[in-house]
Design a protein. Structure first.
Length: 318
């Protein structure tokens, strides 16, 4: 039987489980875990989603992710590919690190977000690795209760559910997690016991999601939409965009266009290369230059935000 397609829509929250192939370890030491942190941070910057919670165990990892316009599959494929390459290089090995298709359950965040985060944070306790969740160093729990800072994590977004006062919210969150310790393993967070194994929620939530997915299929922008947005942002016409000139503004516009086509569309760079009269290899190099400059020049984040707005894409607020 064919697998059902992933369900994606802006704002969707997923419980993602990444497991080692044949039960093998995916984290061999703290350097590996630090690398995974770095790759998660780079993914946030690149794809505009949120990691709401996480727990890195030895042979698997749990993540709670809220997506924007970029589908979950692209986010996880990038993360798993880059991390596999890191581990294979360090361990002098080849082949798959992760077990087949990752598990992802779309969760009714209104009803189950807090329960999901508590469940993820309690993984080391259920595995008898620690007695209390704050004793485990490689989850988001310590950041939630204020004993650790993870710059790319935004626990305030969740703990605000408990109180407007930050200190009280953290205390109430910690109590909430401890109270959930007796719940044990919950099949629902793995898609079991539901009328659709891709979803966790009440019947009405599931019906609404499936209806929304059926009636409002996700459509991605095309190259034409990207180029029209680029021309507005940089005040260019077609002739200027395809001209051989390497003037800074034109070069930057083509760099951003190349990056946007890769990030937001399903079109290959070869198609853009034909439209711009360039070689695909030169556009790939332009993307690398853009990503390097993006890390050091904040003005590019403003350009990206403007580009998303012009194309009608969702922009998460920081």
């Amino acid at each position: 039987m064919a697998r059902k397609p992933r369900i994606n829509f802006p704002g969707a929250v997923y419980h993602v489980i990444l497991r080692g192939n044949a039960g093998q370890n995916i984290f061999f030491d703290d350097k590996d875990r630090c690398r995974f942190y770095l790759l998660m941070q780079e993914g946030l910057e690149r794809y505009g989603h949120r990691v709401l919670a996480f727990c890195l165990l030895t042979n698997h990892a749990h993540l709670a992710i809220q997506i924007g316009n970029v589908p979950l599959s692209r986010i996880i494929q990038n993360l798993s590919f880059r991390y596999t390459r890191w581990v294979n290089r360090r361990q002098k090995r080849i082949g798959h690190l992760f077990q087949g298709r990752y598990k992802a359950i779309l969760v009714d965040a209104d009803a189950y977000l807090l329960e999901l985060i508590a469940y993820i944070h309690l993984n080391p306790v259920r595995a008898n690795m620690v007695e209390i969740p704050e004793a485990y160093s490689w989850s988001s729990h310590r950041a939630y209760i204020g004993s650790e800072q993870i710059p790319w994590l935004q626990p305030e977004y969740v703990i605000a559910y408990f109180s407007r006062d930050s200190a009280q919210a953290r205390r109430l969150f910690a109590e909430f997690v401890v109270e959930r310790n007796a719940d044990g393993h919950q099949e629902g967070f793995y898609g079991k016991g539901s009328s659709d194994s891709r979803l966790m929620g009440e019947d009405l939530f599931i019906e609404n999601v499936l209806m929304q997915t059926t009636n409002s299929p996700v459509s991605k922008p095309g190259i034409g939409e990207v180029l029209e947005a680029i021309k507005k942002i940089y005040d260019l016409n077609d002739e200027a965009l395809i001209s051989p000139s390497q003037e800074r503004r034109l070069s930057e516009a083509r760099c951003l266009a190349s990056w946007a086509v890769r990030e937001f569309t399903d079109a290959p760079l070869t198609e853009l290369a034909v439209r711009l009269g360039r070689e695909p290899s030169s556009l790939s190099a332009a993307i690398r230059r853009f990503e390097l400059r993006r890390k050091s020049e904040s003005e590019f984040e403003e350009k990206i935000a403007s580009l998303k707005q012009e194309m009608g894409l969702t922009v998460f607020q920081a």
